[in-house]
Ligand binder design. Structure first.
Ligand code: NAX
Ligand code: ADP
Length: 339
């Protein structure tokens, strides 16, 4: 919101033309449940809280003397011949979510294509077999050691050596598992329970059904199974769809941003980039998942405003991340409105 608009709303509030709740709706958007904590003086500062069971944190400020190494080394592993776009969308999204250094480890067949999408993304070309990862190459082993967070899955396909996923599961850093890597996890019955750092899984309903080895007839049943899965496996599940659920087995957050225009190929790959980036920047993994889902949905809403739900595509969501991050407001926090 522009300063002069804010000042006009503030004047209207002071003169009694609009109520506090109307002011807060104008400043923060409609539909937020607001609890007034304290009114310090009639024309100075109002302290209010936007209520929510699970809060969405504010963005951390970037120190003036920051350098790129301060915002996490993100490594995204995925892609295959025919699906270079998925891993590229994830990498471009991680960069637009604040990461300092983003590297995509991809089969060498598609490395040039991935590098060509965005000059800011670094690539590690990995030896491949017919356009898919084969074994874990030396170059990748080095990158895996230095990364602050690793995501695996977008566009990877399922024709991948099982030890490839196993090598990622054995890492001591937080990891994000998405798309085909979730199917591989289900097929290989690999263990995530004993991992020493955070594990975030971002399944859509098809992937979660495979993971839980169950056909669900109702969304509610699937959500209950996701909460149990997260509790049993000690992980965070982001069960995507309309009103995405984020759960760690004890907490549950249901997202209220986003729209049906996001039902377009690659939208989920964008989310993987955002959540991985936020974890790399040091946010707690559950907070990162909640923030990522909320901001990703807001970016989808901005994209829908600009292009319409029918015509918007996942790369429009990547471009709209800037507006979503710029306008991000913490939810559940105390909010000070100063005049
Ligand atoms: N440009 C690209 O390179 C793209 C690559 N993609 C990659 O394509 C690979 C395969 O992913 P897919 O998701 O297409 O295939 P999957 O085989 O994982 O899942 C597809 C099936 O899941 C079910 N499903 C998905 N969303 C659902 C929902 N909201 N409600 C109910 N059922 C749902 C449906 O039965 C659907 O046919 C992944 O590696 C993914 O990253 C896709 O993200 C599309 C874009
Ligand atoms: N109707 C909808 N309302 C809100 N968000 C949606 C809707 N449809 C899809 N999305 C969001 O778009 C993303 C789709 O992810 P996914 O199914 O993994 O797609 P892909 O594999 O093509 O990347 C998820 O984050 C999901 O929550």
């Amino acid at each position: 919101m522009k300063r002069h608009q804010f000042e006009q709303h503030a004047r209207h509030f002071r003169s009694g033309r609009i109520s506090l709740n109307q002011l807060i709706d104008l400043v923060f958007g409609d539909g937020k449940e607001v609890v007034v904590l304290e009114t310090l003086s009639e024309d100075d500062i109002v302290v209010a809280s936007v209520a929510s069971e699970v809060g969405i944190p504010a963005l951390k400020p970037r120190p003036d003397d920051a350098h790129k190494g301060d915002f996490g080394r993100v490594l995204l592993v995925g892609g295959s011949r025919g699906m270079a776009g998925a891993i590229s969308l994830a990498a471009m999204s991680a960069l637009r979510s604040g990461s300092g250094l983003v590297t995509a480890a991809v089969p060498e067949t598609i490395a040039e294509v991935v590098a060509g999408f965005d000059p800011c993304v670094m690539t590690v070309p990995c030896r491949d077999s017919d356009g898919h990862f084969s074994s874990v190459p030396e170059d990748l082993k080095q990158q895996l050691k230095v990364a602050d967070v690793v995501a695996i899955g977008p566009g990877m396909g399922r024709e991948v050596d099982r030890y490839f996923l196993q090598a990622i599961l054995e890492l001591s850093q937080p990891i994000v598992i998405d798309a085909d890597a979730i199917h591989l996890l289900a097929e290989t019955h690999s263990m995530i329970k004993n991992r020493k750092s955070a594990t975030v899984l971002t399944p859509h309903p098809g992937e979660f059904s495979n993971l839980a080895n169950t056909e669900f007839s109702k969304r509610g049943e699937m959500e209950a199974a996701a909460v149990k899965f997260a509790a049993d496996q000690g992980c965070i599940i982001v069960l995507k769809g309309h009103r995405t659920l984020v759960t760690d087995g004890s907490r549950e957050y249901r997202n209220d941003t986003g729209n049906a225009g996001m039902a377009t190929g690659g939208s989920g790959d964008v989310l993987t980039g955002v959540v991985t980036s936020l974890i790399g920047q040091g946010y707690d993994a559950f907070d990162a998942a909640v923030m990522a889902v909320h901001i990703h949905g807001r970016a989808g809403d901005f994209a829908a405003e600009k292009y319409g739900q029918a015509s918007m595509v996942a790369s429009n969501i990547v471009d709209s991340l800037a507006a979503a991050f710029k306008s991000h407001v913490a939810v559940g926090a105390e909010v000070r409105i100063g005049f």
